[in-house]
Design a protein around this ligand. Structure first.
Ligand code: SAH
Length: 248
């Protein structure tokens, strides 16, 4: 079985704490498979490969594999593992893709995506551009990605992600990890035809739904609602104001 092979790789030469994390990671992934969130071998392999303990603040390290969001800084969060897995499944990422993430936060979700588009040890080099509006978190994500070995595959940028990142467009996939009042038009413009955006849309802290937005032609998108979710607000030109009013 492909899953068995994925779980078996390299546990021999790890120290005690790392061994425990590896065991907890395996249990978390097995649970996400059991409840039907994790399905594809690519996402399963990526969730098994990325050490979440390197992306949570040190005081929360022991909770790294609890399936729950954890605080990062300035009232922001690192998404729960099931949400990371679910969004990655909806994105249908493939090796070699170029993607944009809005809301880098801890850098964890970007690392999981990078492990799929540019797998460790593979010649195939996709890339993840991850935008974050808070400087403190830009530094945090960069440091975490460096320590975990993803700095060459993820570029962290400081800015308002509702404007996208035209410098590296067009993208195969766009992932938004904060809740928007609507789909920011620059993101649709910067998406390739045939590309997909996964984005939570709804009120600032409640009544949000996760959407897959597919660009089916230069001038046409198709939106598919996928289920309820809760994210911190997307704050920016095409998102919310700090006061939770839509910016425009
Ligand atoms: N993906 C992150 C979790 C994201 S939490 C992880 O894996 O840890 C949402 C993040 O979006 C927060 O860090 C918040 O600061 C950021 N954010 C909110 N509005 C933004 C915007 N307009 N542009 C970029 N980042 C934004």
């Amino acid at each position: 079985m492909v899953f068995k092979r994925l779980f078996k790789r390299g546990s021999e030469d790890l120290g005690g704490e790392e061994m425990n994390f590896k065991k907890e990671r395996k249990e978390l992934v097995q649970n996400l498979i059991r409840i039907g969130v994790l399905k594809s071998p690519e996402v399963i392999r990526a969730m098994m490969a990325v050490p979440r303990e390197l992306f949570v603040p040190p005081s929360y390290k022991k909770l790294a594999y609890a399936d729950t969001p954890l605080p990062t800084a300035s009232g922001q969060t690192i998404s729960a593992p099931h949400m990371v897995a679910w969004m990655c499944e909806l994105l249908e990422l493939k090796p070699g893709m170029k993607m944009l993430e809005i809301g880098a936060g801890s850098g964890y979700h970007a690392a999981v995506c990078a492990e799929i588009v540019a797998p460790t040890g593979s010649q195939v080099k996709g890339h993840v551009y991850a935008i974050e509006r808070l400087w403190e978190l830009v530094e945090f994500a960069k440091k975490n990605l460096e320590r975990a070995g993803y700095a060459d595959r993820v570029t962290v940028i400081h800015g308002d992600g509702t404007l996208g990142y035209p410098e590296a467009a067009p993208y195969d996939r766009i992932l938004v990890t904060a809740a928007a009042p609507r789909v920011p038009p620059p993101l649709v413009e910067q998406l390739k035809v045939g590309g997909k955006i996964v984005i939570p849309i709804g009120e600032a802290y409640t009544a949000q739904e996760l959407f897959v937005v597919e660009k089916i032609s230069e001038h046409e998108v198709r939106r598919r609602p996928c289920g309820g979710c809760i994210f911190v607000p997307l704050i920016g030109r095409y998102g919310w104001r700090e006061s939770s009013e839509p910016s425009i």
